[in-house]
Design a protein around this ligand. Structure first.
Ligand SMILES: *Cc1c(COP(=O)(O)O)cnc(C)c1O
Length: 229
């Protein structure tokens, strides 16, 4: 078995254990394999081990991999920061965008989404740690942004995404995830049909699952340490 295949198995087991620990069904948590910086061959190894959804955060690199694997049934998620002059290739080559943090980007993606493709599946990114350096809208801005995004014709708003500051214990890791889940529940109560909480990375997967993650975005634990980004 390749290292990637056995890492994938270990990550799936972590998800299962974390889900069982809080009484959730493991199948309710999707694994997004974050292949950014890794060559196509790594993607193909993961695909051979049954992985279908892949996350990229560089536009050109992600589009190249999506094009190289067209027709193989893989699903590409853009998870990086997105500048307005780079929206078109993302609208054309990805199935999902997790980092919507302002309306202008969402409007461009909706306009540029090709008619023959299903709506682009999107999450609004919320800054739950509150430092100025991280992208994402504020908790206070999120409801209005979500309603505006949900109204765009070629996007389907699925939920919320966050990348909290790293923390070294589970209680500290859970607090920002809980804030995201509470916002998610408020938005659902207010009538938005959301089903996705995109949260949790290699170091805080368990905390995210405990707080209700439905997609975890895992890079290092599958592919190894990156040399950059
Ligand atoms: C790189 C990245 C990940 C994966 O992080 P790991 O710590 O390698 O698991 C998840 N989400 C986003 C947005 C990323 O940029």
């Amino acid at each position: 078995m390749s290292a990637i295949a056995s890492n994938l198995q270990a990550v799936r087991r972590r998800i299962e254990t974390a889900a069982q620990a809080c009484g959730r069904a493991p199948d309710d948590i999707a694994l997004l394999a974050v292949s950014k910086t890794w060559p196509l061959d790594s993607v193909l190894q993961a695909a051979a081990a049954g992985q279908r959804a892949f996350g990229e955060n560089y536009v050109q690199e992600g589009c190249d991999k999506a094009m190289a694997t067209a027709g193989q049934g893989l699903e590409w998620h853009f998870i990086g920061p997105l500048q307005s002059n780079k929206t078109r290739p993302v609208a054309e080559h990805f199935a999902w965008v997790h980092g919507i943090d302002r309306l202008k980007i969402a409007e461009r993606l909706s306009t540029q989404r090709p008619e023959h493709l299903p709506p682009l599946q999107v999450c609004v990114q919320v800054n739950v740690s509150g430092e100025a350096s991280k992208s994402g809208c504020t908790l206070a801005e999120a409801p209005a942004l979500c309603r505006a995004v949900a109204a765009l014709p070629h996007l389907q708003l699925r939920g919320l995404m966050a990348i909290p500051e790293p923390a070294d214990n589970e209680a500290a890791q859970r607090a920002p995830f809980r804030a995201l889940r509470e916002l998610y529940e408020q938005l659902r109560t207010s009538g938005l049909p959301l089903d996705t909480l995109s949260m949790g990375m290699s170091h805080d997967l368990e905390a995210a699952v405990a707080e209700g993650a439905t997609i975890v975005r895992i890079g290092t634990a599958i592919f190894g340490e990156r040399n950059y980004a």
